[in-house]
Design a protein around this ligand. Structure first.
Ligand code: WT7
Length: 645
């Protein structure tokens, strides 16, 4: 029951208790939480490792002789853990993947079918010459072949590098080069809003522009014709290896499971590497403890598998637990704005995990859509990617969760591998607008500029003060500590998350956004520098700055570009289109600004630095406050009147 006190701001005061019915059946009870905490750090993480099947037991939960290692000495295979062991346990006929494509187009894979296709494709990859340790790039839309290819790579010990299918040829080429990857699995195309889009041409252009040879495999999504261009047909390879049994490669716990790119603070795409044992234990445990998943559940994480959220909570977490995972190829409003609710209803989804940007879109489309569908299968709702405000939180709980489902806000990053801050849904009280405390086994602090711990109510940088199993490998390495923002302060291990936060008087953390030049939007992290330098590369553009804005009327986060044209160049529709086309070409449609506002100049400090904070305030229709520190304060007023709406 919600209990809002009269006094004080609501965001500081409101508590929502987990519903009793949920708490009684939850995976993690108060006693479990206590036992986990009593075990102490790092020993408590043994509980997570126990959820996996190990070929060789680990010698220790954790060690740190300059390089952090989780479960050293342990050996395991991630595909065996996500597939075979469930078949061996007699659960081969249970559904692993439920896929939805165009309207009424569905596919399901049982665990047995998944095992067969993973084995066949693993055998095919080996025949193509993929060896243990070779990086395989997967540039695939949301098709079952994507998790199948990931698991086939994991089976033979070849780290995968998934590149979001919305990225351009240039972005793919950068990532093929950076990972030195000589193998690419792609598709002829995919459907978006009922329209077939080409992917193969982009893949071919990317391969043509990298220095090394790239062997391609092509999934046929669009039709019966064999796709044109280079590469072997996926279906032929799988058919040729039907019935193959590929022994799962026994991998060291610290061996790489995959690579993934994220936007670093320097603006360049940064390679993040995840380990087999620590990562898998972390996502299995958090899927169990936070998302409350079990083998009988159907889970839908709506994030694209191209992002870390999809890796951890659409693929590895739910499959490690033997649950059913839902994949959807299309957009939430096609053919109608109730598509999401249809999918939940048709698949009896138990746990739904999505981003606040999507929730705000659902709000805009109206509560009549979820209300027209039977969503009674839902037991738990999750949110990830950006702060969820109280209004959206309540709307989500009331209109999707029928006022009954707990809502877990989950904070994490590509670098953390899995959830690190949240509430345990059967144990902890929820506070709308706050993410919660750190999970058991995780230690977080809010610190000031000198690294000093700040008291409740003071905002500062969110840091994690102890390692955790899902941490990216670069954070484990002492030599990288300086570069990777992991450092010791007076002997204390610290990871600077790059986010600002404030702790309330009850110890709950409220996230305040990123402190660096990275945009966070619907679970994607885009580099402001990368987008800005692309825009500045357009002929006629002098300067550009991008921020995340939201339009109150539309309730959606959007990328907002402020562009100042060169003297004598008109900021007109044609230039706006050239700006958008350049971003689509260089980075991909995901990064295309929704709003392009032309301005004679941008707000700058006296030292000439563009102050994005004011631009963000303008883009969000917020109060600007004191602008006297600017060299050109008059420009902000001008910008407000120029907004491209
Ligand atoms: C950044 C990480 C987490 C996987 C998807 C994005 C922001 C993430 C929350 C949340 C407030 C959040 C942070 C973080 N973020 N979850 N629950 N509340 N902010 O992964 O691309 O690595 O982005 O997303 O700013 O640093 P990512």
């Amino acid at each position: 029951m919600a209990d809002s006190s009269e006094d004080g701001p609501r965001r500081e005061r409101e508590w929502v208790d987990p519903p009793e019915r949920f708490a009684e059946a939850a995976n993690v009870t108060a006693a479990d939480r206590e036992a986990f905490e009593r075990a102490g750090w790092p020993g408590c993480w043994e509980r997570a490792a126990e959820m996996l099947a190990w070929d060789d037991p680990y010698d220790a939960v954790y060690d740190d002789a300059g390089t952090v290692r989780w479960f050293p000495g342990g050996r395991l295979n991630a595909a065996y853990n996500c597939v075979d062991r469930h078949v061996e346990a007699g659960r081969g006929e249970e559904v692993a993947i439920r896929w939805e494509g165009k309207l009424d187009e569905t596919r399901t894979h049982t665990y047995r079918e998944l095992a067969e296709e993973v084995n066949a494709f693993a055998a095919a990859l080996r025949e193509l010459g993929v060896g243990e340790g070779d990086v395989v790039t997967l540039y695939l839309p949301m098709l079952p072949e994507l998790p199948i290819a990931m698991l086939a790579c994991a089976r033979i010990g070849a780290p995968h590098s998934v590149v979001f299918a919305g990225f351009s040829a240039d972005a793919l080429a950068t990532r093929l080069d950076g990972a030195d990857s000589g193998f690419l699995v792609t598709a002829d195309g995919y459907y978006r809003r009922g329209t077939a889009l080409d992917l193969k041409r982009r893949a071919d252009n990317a391969c043509a522009s990298v220095d090394h040879a790239v062997e391609q495999v092509v999934v046929n999504r669009l039709g019966d014709e064999r796709p044109a261009g280079d590469g072997r047909a996926y279906a032929d390879l799988v058919a040729d290896h039907e019935g193959a049994a590929v022994e799962p490669a026994s991998r060291d716990a610290t061996d790489l499971l995959f690579l993934i790119y994220t936007s670093g603070t320097t603006g360049e795409p940064t390679l993040v590497r995840h380990t087999t044992g620590g990562y898998l234990a972390h996502v299995a445990w958090t899927s169990h403890a936070v998302l409350d998943l079990g083998p009988d559940d159907t889970h839908w994480c709506s994030a694209d598998v191209g992002w870390i959220t999809g890796h951890s909570y659409a693929v590895y977490g739910p499959l490690a637990l033997g649950a059913t995972t839902v994949l959807y190829e299309g957009t939430p409003d096609h053919p109608e704005t109730d598509r999401i609710w249809r999918i939940i209803e048709r698949n009896d989804v138990d746990v739904f995990y999505t981003a606040p940007a999507s929730i705000r879109a659902f709000m805009k489309w109206g509560e009549e859509h979820p209300e027209r569908h039977d969503l009674s299968s839902l037991r738990l709702l999750g949110s990830v990617g950006e702060p969820i405000d109280e209004t959206a939180w309540h709307w989500y709980r009331d209109h999707v969760g029928d006022g009954e489902c707990p809502v877990v806000d989950t904070w994490w990053q590509t670098e953390t591998g899995g959830i690190v801050l949240s509430t345990l849904p059967g144990v902890d009280r929820m506070r709308p607008g706050a993410v919660g405390k750190s999970l058991p086994g995780i230690e977080a602090a809010v610190v000031g500029p000198g690294g000093e711990r700040l008291p409740a109510g003071e905002s500062g940088r969110l840091v994690l003060t102890r390692p955790w199993p899902g941490m990216a490998r670069s954070l484990c390495e002492a030599s990288d500590w300086g570069a990777r923002r992991t450092r010791t302060v007076d002997g204390e291990w610290r990871y600077d998350t790059g986010d600002n936060a404030v702790r309330d008087e009850d110890g709950y953390l409220h996230l305040l956004g990123r402190a660096d030049d990275v945009l966070t939007l619907s679970g994607r992290r885009l580099s402001t520098t990368e987008i800005e330098s692309t825009i500045v590369g357009v002929e006629g553009v002098a300067e550009a700055a991008v921020v995340v804005g939201s339009d109150d009327a539309r309730r959606e986060s959007e990328i907002h570009a402020f562009v100042s044209p060169e003297a004598n160049v008109a900021g007109d529709g044609a230039l706006r289109e050239r700006v958008r086309a350049a971003v689509a070409e260089t980075i991909g449609t995901v990064a295309v600004p929704d709003v392009v506002t032309f301005a004679p100049s941008l707000p700058k400090t006296r030292s000439g630095k563009v102050v994005r904070r004011y631009l963000a305030a303008i883009a969000n229709g917020e109060d600007l406050g004191d602008t006297s520190a600017l060299r050109n304060p008059e420009v902000v007023g001008e910008l407000e009147s120029l907004l491209d709406r």
